[in-house]
Design a protein around this ligand. Structure first.
Ligand code: PHE
Length: 485
């Protein structure tokens, strides 16, 4: 309908000056006319230009009064021609808002005498408000004073109306043939008779329902690349379940240590204990805990095998480091640089910054004669590759390292020193029972993967990043990770 009307009109006329007037004249729905104009324009049948007009339209309240009459007139009509009506009685006859607005408007206009009894002061009234509203509804104009009064009463609001002026376009034809849009077998067979829709090279493709890499994976990849560039080998971290022996005892962590409590560590119900441990090494570990050796006094307590056998979810990847160093000590010594990035578990209350499982990044270097200076140097090199070149170290305590240092980095974004990791030199009480040569030193450090990821991606609730509440949109939107410079 509308398409025929438009193309037909342009056959004999230069221009449709206003799609609104055109619709009114031909009794067409303007929205439909606009749709057809857009489609014809897409095929360049027509050229169009926007017309924007400010118009007044009725609000819901305005529409109600246009149909039912203004509240003041409704109220006036509810008052008897002769005599009076009690205010309570009158209130019952009208809707609450009509009553209250009607009272004030009819009172102001001196149409009624308001008191406990209400009576008419004039014989007849005209409903100008209703008339004006009806006029506006029909698209006619009313005088300025009335417009501002209706606007003040929130019966009308301004709206921008968009229409078009239309002229013939380069592909104009009095009629539009259905064009083929698909390369189907039938369409290809009839290609000579058909007109094909032109390609729209500017159309945006539908977003791909492809997989997205999680932010933690992207940051992990960056860390992994840095380790690999520095010549580190990755340690196998594919065992979340670990025995207390490798997680704690081998690291010279005493059996009474609070971290070995079920408040801090998840212990396994089944299988609750490990089946195999290297027996002669276990013996040396027991001895160093109980009575020391290698220049140490030990912890002087009764070391219990059952305690070492208990299975747990590893609380740090240093458990992996202890296994790897033990394995290294079983062969003629070669220096090694190892790293790992994987999951660890701690029985912690979950909040904005803590989860019961997270990822640990761990690096270690094992060589003859290493010093604390080497550790500081390696840490500076490692963190500078992350774009963190201002570092400070604070003495700390770990059962398995001496000396131990917390690592702080100056965060330019928040203008503060933030703790980024923990480090140290593994104690002789840990290394010598393994069988490593006496002059071999191991420098090591650890940090969480979540913390730098949250800083890099500006995420302040860890639950948006990891776990069952993870924000999938955030995963889809977040850009490629770029650490450092
Ligand atoms: N295992 C330590 C932690 O869980 C990190 C660390 C690794 C500290 C290596 C020193 C040396 O925080």
């Amino acid at each position: 309908m509308a398409e025929k009307a438009i193309l037909g009109f342009l056959q004999n006329n230069e221009e449709i000056t206003d799609s609104g007037l055109f619709s009114a004249e031909f009794n067409l729905d303007h929205d439909e006319v606009v749709n057809v104009i857009k489609s014809l324009h897409g095929f360049r049948f027509i050229d169009v230009q926007d017309i924007k007009k400010e118009t007044w339209v009725l609000t819901d309240e305005g529409k109600e009064y246009a149909a039912e009459g203004s509240p003041e007139v409704q109220l006036f009509l509810a008052v008897p021609e002769e005599g009076s009506i009690s205010k309570d009685e009158l209130e019952k006859k009208l809707a609450p808002s009509v009553f209250s607005i009607g009272c004030s408007q009819a009172g102001k206009r001196r149409w009624v005498q308001m008191g406990r009894q209400v009576s008419r002061r004039v014989q007849n009234v005209e409903d100008k408000v209703k008339d004006q509203l009806l006029q506006i509804q029909e698209g006619k104009e009313v005088d300025n004073d009335s417009t501002s009064s209706l606007k003040a009463r929130k019966l009308i609001i301004k709206e921008t109306w968009t229409g078009y002026s239309v002229k013939k376009g380069p592909n104009y034809a009095p009629e539009r043939k259905e064009v083929a849009t698909d390369l189907t077998r039938e369409n290809l067979q009839n290609w000579k008779e058909l007109e094909f829709k032109e390609y729209n090279f500017n159309a945006k493709g539908a977003p791909l329902q492809a997989g997205h890499l999680h932010a933690l994976l992207k940051v992990r990849k960056q860390f992994k690349d840095i380790f690999v560039q520095m010549g580190f080998e990755e340690m196998p971290t594919n065992n979340f379940v670990e025995s207390s022996f490798w997680n704690f005892d081998a690291l010279f962590q005493p059996q009474q240590h609070p971290a070995r409590d079920s408040h801090d560590t998840f212990f396994l119900k089944a299988p609750s204990t490990t089946r195999t441990l290297p027996e002669d090494y276990v013996e040396r570990v027991k001895r160093v805990h109980e009575s020391g050796g290698y220049g140490s006094r030990g912890y002087t307590y009764d070391w219990k095998r059952e305690e070492a056998n208990t299975n747990l979810l590893r609380t740090h990847t240093t458990a992996v480091s202890s296994r790897m160093l033990y394995a290294l000590a079983q062969k003629p010594f070669v220096p090694k640089k190892y790293f790992s990035i994987d999951r660890v578990f701690r029985n912690e209350a979950v909040d904005r910054t803590h989860l019961a499982e997270f990822h640990q990044i761990e690096g270690l270097i094992c060589d003859r004669g290493l010093t604390l200076g080497d550790l500081i140097g390696v840490l500076k090199d490692f963190f500078s590759r992350l774009g963190m070149s201002k570092l400070q170290f604070k003495p700390a305590y770990n059962p398995y390292t001496e000396p131990s240092m917390e690592i702080f980095s100056y965060h330019e974004g928040i203008g503060k020193w933030v703790e980024i990791g923990n480090s140290g030199m593994f104690r002789p009480e840990m290394l010598l029972p393994m069988g490593l040569p006496e002059d071999v030193r191991v420098i090591a450090w650890g940090l969480s993967l979540e913390r730098p990821t949250m800083i890099l991606y500006g995420i302040n609730n860890i639950r948006d990043l990891f776990g069952h509440k993870v924000d999938l949109d955030l995963i889809k939107r977040n850009p490629i990770c770029r650490i450092g410079i």
